[in-house]
Design a protein. Structure first.
Length: 168
């Protein structure tokens, strides 16, 4: 798993502001993509281990918003806000993610979904406004490990969907 902005993108002018995490998920691309499209799916897997999500508003469309609170295992609540800036089914989702609509520190994320045999390779590429905000997200909020855990939760969720569909 690639986990930093290093490696292939080391020549990039934005490498010191990036976090890139990828994972192969044993499910078809359409199923993995679909897990992002409805709040009833997202609420089942979104976030690192031990976190839960309460949604205040959700509309999956370009310009639509997801306003939610992530509840940490220690009882801390984190206000979150996402607006989708691009949706290309079933291959790409781009979004702006911050604490609120007017968050000056909001960051951009692009998720790509590529077939990998019968599985799907998802790549989560995040670009922060500054190197300092990237480093804070990594060091204080454990963004790399949290991203890995989020994709692990997604993998477990969609693998369960595929298994149930095969059985039923």
């Amino acid at each position: 798993m690639s986990e930093t902005g290093r490696g292939a993108s080391a020549q990039s002018a934005t490498a010191d502001r990036e976090v890139v995490i990828s994972r192969v998920i044993d499910a078809p691309r359409e199923v993995v993509f679909e897990a992002f499209t409805e709040v009833r799916y997202l609420s089942r897997w979104w976030g690192p281990e031990g976190f839960s999500t309460t949604t205040r508003a959700f509309e999956f469309r370009v310009g639509g918003e997801w306003d939610f609170v992530m509840h940490g295992p220690d009882g801390t609540d984190y206000a979150e806000w996402i607006t989708w800036t691009e949706i290309t089914r079933p291959e790409r989702i781009a979004m702006l993610h911050g604490e609120s609509r007017d968050d000056p520190n909001a960051f951009e994320s692009v998720l790509t979904f590529a077939p990998d045999g019968a599985a799907t390779r998802i790549v989560m590429h995040t670009l922060f406004p500054t190197k300092e905000l990237r480093n804070e997200a990594v060091e204080k909020y454990h963004a790399i490990e949290g991203g890995r855990q989020t994709l692990s939760n997604l993998a477990a969720y969609v693998t369960e969907i595929v298994r149930k569909d095969a059985e039923g």
